[in-house]
Write a protein that binds this ligand. Structure first.
Ligand SMILES: Nc1ncnc2c1ncn2[C@@H]1O[C@H](COP(=O)(O)OP(=O)(O)OP(=O)(O)O)[C@@H](O)[C@H]1O
Ligand SMILES: O=C(O)[C@H](O)COP(=O)(O)O
Length: 407
């Protein structure tokens, strides 16, 4: 696969559309961003393009329709402006007349952030690069640009218009974040680096299940330690009675239909570990309860589980951590994820940390040794990449490079 970088495609004095991923955790009460790591990550790419005299138009998504983190990008633009130390104009539109006028009139050397690209319904369709190259979004925006840069590794597992449509119609390259992710993550395919432990938590149950299925099929993981909602799914699949309220949580998340797939994995002997205890909330109080005697609402894994998981982490050569063990937005349920993270960082193995929520916990862990820790901006994209899945956004860049070579 050929992934052209900014060294191969040297954009200068052009208008460049840059797909970034600044999708960040949001406080559901205040609507404020809880972490700006993904915003900071893209500073290098944007600065480089600006220094080369380009007009930079940034496009990103935030959340999914129906979720409380599905918000506009105004606060993101303020944070980006702070970290870039230059003006970033927030344009509350994606491809309407207002956005296109702003892009047409922008000065080279300046930066615009368009609004949440998922406000455009077409963006939510998963289709091939060829189909998306003909999408309304691509047809409306591409004539305004001389180039396209994809720096959104964290969204590269989505075959959506802003990620795969533009490389087929514009001269394209990966940004610096995308480039660094792909080269760092390739290291973990080294068969000598075993055992490999995957710590999977968070709320995206279907994504996590698909990944676990892949990891098992390709025998990539020696152990998969579960937390978050995926742990609850596996616990139910194993036959544990988690009580009506926790089943309602899974039902609300629309994942009860996945129990049979989880059970199939367990029956096949997949190396999936399920928590032996949970931290639950009951009547406003926090309790620890064994997994077979849960009476409260599960909010985190329990301390015995943390001890067991830590023993696996200690022996691992590669540790991949994605998604928190609990509802870390509430500090009462942050401890397990933090303890496992600390343990992994103190271990000798190579640690790959992914997903906005886990990365937000890194703040208190002091100086990170970059030779043994890769902090990925990717959540689902990270693990699909590690499971050997094709990432559509990378495929599209590859198609673009091959077309350019033919020309
Ligand atoms: N037991 C639980 N019950 C309900 N929600 C949970 C539980 N454990 C974790 N969560 C929620 O999972 C969410 C994080 O999951 P998510 O899959 O988005 O992880 P992430 O690391 O941020 O990945 P990404 O960067 O891909 O979004 C948090 O909002 C957290 O509250
Ligand atoms: O956080 C992520 O994993 C990426 O931003 C992709 O978001 P999505 O899972 O909503 O497509």
């Amino acid at each position: 696969m050929v992934i052209p970088t900014l060294d191969d495609v040297n954009f200068t004095n052009s208008k460049v559309l840059v797909r970034i991923d600044i999708n960040s955790p949001v406080d559901s009460k205040s609507g404020k961003l809880l972490d700006d790591s993904r915003i900071r990550a893209h500073v290098e790419t944007v600065k480089e393009l600006v220094e080369k005299g380009n007009g930079v138009v940034l496009v990103s998504h935030q959340g999914r329709p129906g979720d409380s983190d599905f918000i506009d990008l105004e606060e993101h633009s303020r944070l980006l402006q702070k970290h870039l130390d230059m003006e970033v104009e927030f344009v509350g539109d994606v491809m309407g007349p207002y956005a296109r006028e702003k892009i047409k009139n922008m000065k080279l050397g300046s930066v615009i952030l368009l609004d949440n690209v998922r406000f455009v319904s077409e963006e939510l369709i998963e289709a091939s690069p060829l189909q998306h190259a003909k999408s309304y979004l691509v047809r409306r925006l591409s004539p305004l640009f001389q180039g396209y840069v994809n720096d959104a590794f964290a969204a590269s597992h989505r075959s959506q218009a802003s990620l795969v449509g533009f490389p087929l119609v514009l001269k394209s390259s990966a940004g610096r974040v995308m480039e660094r992710e792909v080269s760092a993550l390739a290291k973990v395919f080294n068969p000598e680096d075993s055992p490999k432990i995957f710590i999977m938590g968070g709320g995206k149950v279907l994504d996590s299940l698909r990944i676990i299925e892949n990891l098992v099929k390709r025998r990539l993981a020696d152990r998969i330690l579960t937390g978050g909602l995926i742990a609850e799914l596996f616990a139910v699949a194993k036959g544990l009675d988690l009580g009506k309220e926790n089943l309602q949580v899974l039902e609300k998340a629309g994942v009860l239909g996945l129990i049979s797939r989880a059970r199939k994995l367990l029956l096949s002997g997949a190396p999936v570990e399920i928590p032996v205890d949970f931290k639950v909330e009951k009547g406003g109080q926090v309790h620890e309860e064994p997994a077979n005697k849960v009476t409260g609402i599960i909010k985190d894994v329990g301390s015995t589980t943390v001890n067991i998981y830590s023993s696996f982490v200690r022996d691992a050569k590669v540790i991949v951590m994605r998604g928190p063990m609990g509802v870390i937005e509430d500090e009462r349920f942050r401890e397990s994820s933090r303890a496992l993270l600390k343990n992994a960082l103190e271990n000798q193995g190579y640690v790959i940390i992914g997903g906005g929520h886990m990365i937000s916990l890194l703040g208190g862990e002091g100086q990170i040794d970059k030779s043994k820790v890769h902090v990925s901006t990717g959540g689902g994209a990270l693990l699909l990449f590690l499971a050997g899945e094709k990432l559509p956004a990378l495929e599209a860049l590859d198609m673009s490079a091959k077309e350019a070579m033919k020309a």
